[in-house]
Write a protein that binds this ligand. Structure first.
Ligand code: 5AD
Ligand code: FES
Length: 349
């Protein structure tokens, strides 16, 4: 095990079998060793800083029907909403005064948010706050659409690949969704010039060490600027309601490995991680994550944007309580910084 960890740190890559071995044979000692090395390499690049992003959940209306997701179109118990451009810009104003310099506009695939509408919103933010980065997380769109939004000023795009295994992808998604299209979207985003984020859920149904090994191999090749991983958390109104939830332990283990595969990557300690354990996000940071994304959505919207049950969103983790977050990070030796928090591709070694 130790020699495998050495090899990973030295070469920044392993074979599929080796990744699988690392996952299937993990124990506390391996986890500590990976975390220690992940934290060391992150410190060389980012010091003890943690970046914050203001998350604005612009709509929970979604034309997709991902089996795991609480806002899937088949969930008729979901109380739907969308924010209008005015409400979004109010969130941004509030976030700016709280110290945020990156705004993440995230939403379901809602037809209302046409290219024209989204481009206007992006231009509005960039004109008013040229020192801020705009990140989009609006699902699958055509290349032309991605290009228009990029030209309007969007800097980054988050689109989790969800799983790098085609058969697994097909078990998590309805027939009309395609693994190839997902991958094509990521490729287009990259070519257009976005800083691109991929990612996956940990402990999703049917996932084993073999699928996770493929995710790691994919990340090794794609070298995403950002990578969002969080535990799968079942939602009561989905077909996966009775499935097991992912763990903090495995999520943190994978965070450390991903940091070692691609040291400059921006890795969030996700809301899902904070949801399944009160100190989940701290655990993520200690494993090698360097980003947190507090919620800036209007309070009424937050509960409705329920991808999974019991989502944390109104307490200490919200953007309004950024000072609590700062204290929490300080308590584990980290400093929350106010800047755009771009990827630093040059390793200071
Ligand atoms: N548990 C955890 N994460 C989820 N997501 C969607 N549903 C769930 C769930 N039940 C994640 C997906 C998606 C992102 C926006 O949220 O990975 O890409
Ligand atoms: Fe696909 Fe929500 S419907 S992630």
């Amino acid at each position: 095990m130790l020699s495998l960890i050495d090899k990973l740190e030295k070469n920044r890559c392993l074979s599929l079998d080796e990744y699988r071995y690392l996952i299937d044979n993990r124990d506390g000692t391996a986890a500590d060793e990976l975390a220690r090395r992940a934290v060391r390499i992150r410190r060389e690049i980012y010091g003890n800083t943690v970046f914050i992003r203001g998350l604005i959940e612009i709509s929970n209306i979604c034309k997709n029907d991902c089996i795991y997701c609480g806002i899937r179109r088949s969930n008729h118990s979901c109380d739907r909403y969308r924010l209008n451009p005015r409400e979004i810009s109010d969130c941004v104003d509030e976030g700016y005064s709280l110290g945020f310099r990156t705004f993440v506009l995230q939403g379901g695939e809602d037809e209302y948010f046409s290219d024209d509408v989204v481009c206007d919103i992006i231009r509005g933010i960039k004109n008013k706050y040229p020192d801020c980065a705009v990140t989009l997380s609006l699902g699958e769109r055509g290349r032309e659409s991605y290009k228009r939004m990029y030209d309007a000023g969007a800097d980054r795009y988050l689109l989790r690949h969800e799983t790098a295994d085609r058969a697994h992808y097909n078990k998590l998604h309805p027939k009309e969704m395609s693994f190839d299209n997902r991958m094509e979207c990521l490729k287009n985003l990259r070519e257009i010039g976005y800083q691109v984020g991929c990612g996956f859920m940990v402990g999703s149904p049917y996932q084993t060490g073999a699928e996770l090994a493929k995710d790691l191999k994919f990340i090794e090749g794609f070298k995403p600027d950002m990578c969002g991983i969080g535990p799968f958390v079942p939602h009561r109104d989905t077909p996966f309601a009775g499935e097991k939830q992912g763990t903090v332990e495995l999520t943190c283990y994978l965070i450390s490995i991903i940091r070692l595969i691609y040291p400059p990557v921006l890795l969030p300690a996700t809301t899902a991680l904070g949801t399944i354990h009160p100190l989940g996000r701290e655990a993520g940071i200690k494993a090698g994550a360097n980003v947190v994304m507090p919620n800036l959505s209007p309070v009424a919207a937050r509960k409705k944007y329920e991808l999974y049950n019991n989502k944390i969103c109104t307490g200490e983790e919200s953007a309004q309580c950024v000072s609590c977050l700062k204290d929490r990070m300080k308590s584990i030796g980290y400093e929350v910084v106010t800047d755009r928090g771009d990827i630093r591709k040059i390793e200071r070694r």
